[in-house]
Every structure is written in structure tokens, then in C-alpha cells.
Design a protein. Structure first.
Lengths: 431, 326
């Protein structure tokens, strides 16, 4: 009986808290500068696993400063990318939700559109007038701001310097150089396991980069309808080039890019297209592959990996944003934490770890850091997915991946595959 | 989604054929007496069944007549009613029928293989020395006890293009399997998935049928041999008729499990199966939870249940008949 009462009390408390949270959302934006006594309170934060494996120190110092300022504790839950949106949906439907949530910049619009986040006072966050558009555009909706840019990543050409020297090729300056280098590498290393350019078919941000490299677009808005434009001749030309690159890959053409750094680490690949930090990941892998927190050991290619901005191919500007959930129980604490987590001090620590900062004013600092030049340069020529509220569903439905895999495995011609993808995009974006 | 039922046996007790005499008496006694007591005793089980299966099922059916999207989910709004829209949309969608056909073909092939191989193993178990039989049972128990998820991960790594041991061994044998992708060709990929499902399904059928085979009177088989019957004739005319009821039951169960195939293709394809690897269960799940079309996903699930029920009516009637005859 006692337990029942406790349960009922807990339930009521949650419901009340949830109700208050909802009230908060109607009464304006949470103030990031308010002085809140957070003693005894715990702020719940969902971050993606990259923060845990890549820059835990950034999170730790932000938490320390936050606790010092407010007295509140922080509980961080790290999430895996794979299937995380289903988990996010289920969590946001309930009443016990995290206060702060990180989402990828391609995922954000859908959630902002459906009312999952609190409106914010943009001016309260440092560097907000210089935020990278690729990150901040998904946060804007109906002229208001709903999330804060956290970090960005640009994709670059990662290459094995040792194999390049042996094959007598220079780091590529033009796209033709890339293809020529791949041919030279292949000739020098005829083994069946060797990939002159490792390119898994499901690597959608590689495929899309090539798709827009000849001036095409992915989809465009006509009135209030969205139209897929992948079958445009310019896109087809770009994808035909991409298809040529995949022929230099001996890897599984139906795979995604998740383990490409580990594959590159085996020294059997001349080039790959990856995020800047993947060059580091290829040289140092966790000793226990199942435990990202385990001790790092040097791989076969340690010291032999370099990056350069992919010539003539724009980079997809990936990244993440953090927002305050609409049902957050501590919206003001959440605002303060986000303010600290995304300020210049935190951003500079992020730059040290090879990520790109959230603002153009900090990009030069990133470019000055050794190993970061290529990504910073690539970020200057970048593209973004269509700003349709339902674009995340196109990603969830694997439309682009299936198109790419069918091209890479010769299941469909570029023309047929792009036509099919356009049809699917039209259905999803306009449903 | 209630269709996401496990496709590998979740170990119900194998219903061995009862000894005819004892059963008749027991049945007669229980048929009239007791009043409300039997119902009272069944109540807790019925309540659990309703809470765990009935309620979600009702919710799913209701949902399938609405249009529930993310906004309704986040804000707790009542989704608008759309009548049969989700059903007409699904039934006129060629993708749905392709997936339904693929699921059906997979079910027929995998169940046929499981039952035939399982029967073969059961027959073999009658022939080998008792110690070997025990060893076989122990090994099969291990296979049976392995969680689907673990088994699927193991198979997935076995056939991994870059790190898989199967490619390594085939290459050692001199075949061209270096970095071979087992999932580029759907037929090959489905062979891997079928192999996994059949492998995991055999123990239940073999052990059940082995129990059934102990009921085949030796004298009958001996008499048949004396009368000049070939082993095949003895099998067809003596063993099979006695096993028939059991085979109907294990086949029915296998069809139900395999038709709801989910974990294996889902995990093998990294939680995002391409259209070639969708089954009705994964398709309903993807529609509901990946594209946030909860109502459409529910409609697909309801249709799946109806499709399965339509096919199963015949078998389920057969099962009831078996109960009556005894």
C-alpha cells in the first residue's frame, strides 16, 4: 500500500512538473542569464556518443562551470546514432524527458516543426550572429530560434601518404588528380583486397556531395510543394563520377561508412572520403573495439595519414545542435548549460579535438590548428540537405542510400536510380 | 507492433502425443464438473493476456483508423480520424504487395526446410547410439537457448565482407570471395538469413518429432519389413501417419514465427534494411517509427495479422480437430 501511495505521488509530481513545463513554453523563452538556485536539482542532458569518445573534456569542463554557477548537477546520457530517432520519439512522447537534447542538423527541422523544442533568445548565446548557416538554419522556424549550434564537421579526402609516395603521386589539387592518383595506386597495388579509393555504397554524404558537384541540387521547393531534382542531368553527371570512384573500392559496396576508419587503418586503402576526425581515428583505434573508452593503440597507418579538401566537390556540412525540450523540467537551467557548453571557451577546446566550431568567427582558429586546415577549408565550400521539414524522413527511409547502392552494384543505371529516388522524395516530402 | 513476434522457437513445451487410454478418462471427468472454478483459475492468465496483448492490439486497431504523426505524439493531441484511408493506401501500394510476397516466399521456403531437416535429424536420433543421441540433444539445446540477437550478430560477422571468416575460408579454398558482399544480391542475402532461421528452428522440431517417433510401435515397422515393405514405404505408410498431427502443429507454429520475421534481417542490415530486405514486420516498423507514420504502420500490421490468420485458419482448425479426436 505504501508503495502505491509513493507511486501515485510520484506520478502526480511528474504530471504536475510536465504541466508546469508546458506552461513554461507558452510564457516565453527560458532566460539563460537568470540566477537560478539549482541546488539539489539535476539537469538531464542527452548527447551523442561522439562527445564521449571524442571530446569528453569539453563536456566535463562545461559541467564544472555550470555546477559552479548554479549549484545544479548534470546527468549526461550518451546516445548512439544508429537508431536514436525512434528512441527520441518515444522519449519525447512521455513526460519524463531530458532537459537538453542533441540532434544532428539534418534531423533538427522535423522536431522543431513538430513542437519538440523550446523557443530561445538567440542573443543570449555567444557568437550567435556568426553561427554557421548550415547549423543555424535548421534551428530557425517561423522567424524564431529553437536550438543552438554545437559543432560542425566537414568531409575531406583522407589519404595514405606512404602509398602515395610509393606510387609516385602528389596530393591532388584537381578532381582529375584524384582519379589519376586512384589509377596509379591501383596499378602499383594490384592485390584483390586493395582499395585505391575506399568507398562504401551507403555513404550518403559522399554520394550527395558528388551529386551536387556539377551544380545540381537534391530537391527544390515549388510553391508549397517539394520536388526531388536528383534526375537532373547535372546531378546524373556528378553521380556518374561517383560511380567511377566506387570502382576503385574493393570493399563491400552495400556497407555504410561506420567502420571505414577501421578499414583504412589496415593499410589496404589509398584514399577515403571522411570527416576530418576520421583521419585521427584511422591512426589510433581503441584497444577493445567494443569499448570506445578503452585505451587507444597505434594502427599500421599511424603517422602516414593526411587530409586535403576534396577538390571540386563541395563538402556536406554535418554537425549537431542542442536544444531545450518543450517538456523540459528545468528550462532555465538548461538554457544556462547550453550557453556554457556552446561558448567560445568550450568551442576552442572542441577545435583542439579536430571538430569545427559553430561560428565563422572561430573558423580561422580552427584552420590554424594543424590537421584541421583541410576541414576548415572544406567548410568554406559546403552544401546542405534541403530544408524541408520532412527531410529527416527521407534519411530514415534510406532513400539516398538505396539509390547509391543500386548504382554502385550495377542494379540500376544512374538515370533509373535517380528517377526512383525522386519519386520517393516527392512522396515523403509532400505527404 | 504485435506482428513482431519472434521467428525462432520460444520454447513452448513440445506437445507429445498422449497415450490414448489415459487421456479419454481424464477428458470425460473434466468436461462437466467444476462450475466456475476453471474460469476463476483461468482468470489471471486471461487478464495478463489481455493486458499484454489485447490492449496494445486494440490501440493498434484504433490507431490504424486515425492519422497519428509526430505532432500528435509530442503534444498528446487526439489524432484525426481518417476512416479506411490507411488501409486503401496500403492495399493499393505495390511496395506493400512486394513485401508481402517476399515474406510469404521466405516463410514457405524456411518452414519447409526446417521441417524436412528437423524430421531428418529426428529420424537420425532414433538410429544412433544413446550416448550420441544425448550429445545431439545437448548441442541442439544450446542452439535453441541462444538468443536470436546473439545468433544474428554471429552470423552477421561470419559473412561480413571485410572481416568475415566465411569469405576468408572460401578464399583459402581458392574461390574468388575476397571482400565478397553477401548482401549485394538479395537472393544471396536471403540465403544467409534463411540459413540462420532454419539453423535456429531445427532443434525445436527435431526434439519434438523425436519424442513423437518414440510413439511409433517397433512391431509395426518390423512387421512391415517382414512383409517386404521398403524403408520408404514403411516411412510413408506407418511413420508419417502417426507423426502427422505433430507435424501439423510444429509447421503451424513455424509458420507463425517465421511470418513475423524481424530481428534477423533488421540486425543483419544494421537497423536500416534496404527495400530488398524488408519483411512485413520490418516494413510496418519502419513505416511507423522511422518515417513517423504511426497509423499507416498500424494498418500494415493489422493487414499482416489478417493475412496470417486467413492462411492459418486451415491449420488451426486442424489443430482443434486433433484435440477433439483424442
Amino acid at each position: 500500500m505504501k508503495r502505491k501511495i509513493a507511486l501515485a505521488a510520484a506520478l502526480t509530481a511528474t504530471l504536475l512538473a510536465a504541466a508546469c513545463g508546458n506552461d513554461g513554453s507558452t510564457s516565453g523563452t527560458p532566460d539563460a542569464n537568470a540566477s537560478v538556485d539549482g541546488k539539489g536539482k539535476t539537469l538531464k542532458v542527452w548527447l551523442m556518443v561522439d562527445a564521449q569518445s571524442g571530446w569528453k573534456n569539453v563536456v566535463d569542463q562545461a559541467n564544472e562551470r555550470f555546477t559552479a554557477a548554479t549549484g545544479a548537477q548534470v546527468q549526461i546520457d550518451y546516445q548512439q546514432w544508429g537508431d536514436h530517432l525512434a528512441k527520441v520519439d518515444a522519449t519525447l512522447a512521455g513526460s519524463d524527458v531530458p532537459d537538453v537534447m542533441e540532434l544532428g542538423n539534418t534531423e533538427m527541422p522535423k522536431y522543431v516543426f513538430n513542437g519538440a523544442f523550446h523557443e530561445l533568445d538567440k542573443a543570449q548565446y555567444e557568437n550567435s550572429k556568426d553561427w554557421l548557416t548550415g547549423l543555424s538554419a535548421p534551428c530557425e522556424f517561423e522567424g524564431k530560434t529553437w536550438c543552438v549550434p554545437y559543432y560542425a564537421g566537414a568531409r575531406v579526402l583522407v589519404y595514405n601518404t606512404d602509398l602515395f609516395t610509393k606510387a609516385g603521386v602528389q596530393p591532388p589539387k584537381t578532381y582529375a588528380d584524384v582519379v589519376a592518383a586512384a589509377k596509379a595506386l591501383k596499378q602499383k597495388n594490384p592485390g584483390p583486397k586493395f582499395s585505391a579509393f575506399y568507398a562504401p555504397g551507403q555513404h550518403q554524404y559522399m554520394g550527395l556531395a558528388w551529386a551536387v558537384s556539377k551544380g545540381g541540387t537534391i530537391a527544390k521547393q515549388e510553391g508549397d510543394k517539394w520536388v526531388g531534382t536528383l534526375s537532373d542531368p547535372k546531378v546524373q553527371e556528378g553521380l556518374t563520377n561517383w560511380k567511377e570512384i566506387t570502382t576503385f573500392s574493393s570493399g563491400d559496396k552495400t556497407k555504410n561508412e561506420q567502420d571505414q576508419a577501421a578499414i583504412f587503418a589496415q593499410g589496404q586503402s589509398g584514399m577515403m572520403y571522411g570527416a576530418g576526425w576520421e583521419a585521427g581515428a584511422a591512426q589510433e583505434q581503441p584497444k577493445d573495439p567494443n569499448d570506445p573508452a578503452s585505451e587507444k593503440v597505434k594502427t599500421k597507418v599511424a603517422g602516414k595519414v593526411a587530409t586535403v579538401a576534396m577538390p571540386e566537390v563541395p563538402s556536406f556540412l554535418g554537425g549537431s545542435n542542442v536544444g531545450i525540450t518543450a517538456k523540459a523540467q528545468n528550462p532555465e537551467l538548461a538554457a544556462q548549460w547550453i550557453k556554457i557548453f556552446t561558448d567560445s571557451k568550450s568551442q576552442e577546446l572542441l577545435i583542439d579535438k579536430g571538430a569545427l566550431p559553430n561560428a565563422t568567427s572561430l573558423l580561422d582558429k580552427a584552420a590554424a590548428k594543424e590537421g584541421n586546415e583541410a576541414s576548415a577549408q572544406a567548410a568554406k565550400s559546403s552544401f546542405f540537405v534541403p530544408m524541408a521539414p520532412k527531410w529527416a524522413e527521407v534519411e530514415s527511409a534510406n532513400v539516398i542510400q538505396q539509390m547509391l547502392v543500386s548504382i554502385a552494384t550495377d542494379k540500376a543505371t544512374v538515370a533509373d536510380a535517380t528517377k526512383k529516388a525522386d519519386d520517393q522524395i516527392n512522396t515523403i516530402l509532400n505527404s | 507492433m504485435s506482428v513482431a513476434s519472434p521467428s525462432a522457437p520460444t520454447r513452448p513445451t513440445p506437445p507429445g502425443p498422449p497415450a490414448p487410454g489415459a487421456h479419454v478418462r481424464r477428458k470425460r471427468r473434466s468436461s462437466r464438473s467444476g462450475g466456475f472454478v476453471p474460469y476463476g483459475l483461468a482468470l489471471p492468465a486471461l487478464f495478463l493476456l489481455f493486458a499484454l496483448l489485447g490492449y496494445p492490439m486494440v490501440r493498434m486497431i484504433v490507431l490504424s483508423f486515425q492519422n497519428m504523426r509526430l505532432r500528435e505524439l509530442f503534444n498528446g493531441l487526439t489524432p484525426p480520424w481518417v476512416g479506411l484511408d490507411n488501409y486503401t493506401r496500403t492495399l493499393t501500394d505495390s511496395v506493400f504487395w512486394t513485401v508481402a510476397l517476399r515474406t510469404t516466399i521466405f516463410t514457405v521456403v524456411s518452414v519447409a526446410l526446417t521441417v524436412v531437416i528437423g524430421l531428418g535429424v529426428a529420424m537420425l536420433m532414433r538410429r544412433v547410439a544413446p550416448s550420441l543421441r544425448i550429445a545431439m540433444i545437448v548441442v541442439m539445446m544450446f542452439v535453441w537457448a541462444m538468443p536470436q540477437l546473439v545468433a544474428t550478430q554471429i552470423f552477421r560477422w561470419l559473412v561480413d565482407a571485410d572481416f568475415g571468416v566465411i569469405n576468408y575460408l572460401l578464399t583459402l579454398l581458392g574461390l574468388d570471395y575476397e571482400s565478397h558482399s553477401w548482401f549485394a544480391e538479395p537472393l544471396e542475402g536471403w540465403s544467409v538469413i534463411t540459413a540462420l532461421v532454419v539453423w535456429a528452428g531445427i532443434p525445436f522440431i527435431a526434439i519434438t518429432l523425436n519424442a513423437g517417433l518414440t510413439q511409433v510401435p517397433k512391431e509395426l515397422l518390423e512387421a512391415a519389413t517382414v512383409d517386404g515393405a521398403s524403408p520408404w514405404q514403411a516411412f510413408r505408410n506407418i511413420t508419417l501417419p502417426i507423426l502427422k498431427q505433430l507435424i501439423v502443429i510444429v509447421t503451424t507454429l513455424s509458420v507463425i514465427w517465421n511470418f513475423g520475421l524481424f530481428t534477423q534481417p533488421w540486425v543483419m542490415r544494421d537497423g536500416r534494411p534496404s527495400s530488398d530486405y524488408q519483411t512485413l514486420a520490418t516494413y510496418a516498423y519502419s513505416t511507423a517509427f522511422k518515417t513517423n507514420n504511426y497509423s499507416l504502420g498500424s494498418a500494415i500490421s493489422v493487414i499482416t495479422v489478417i493475412l496470417l490468420a486467413a492462411v492459418m485458419v486451415f491449420y488451426i482448425r486442424q489443430m482443434f480437430k486433433i484435440g477433439d479426436v483424442d
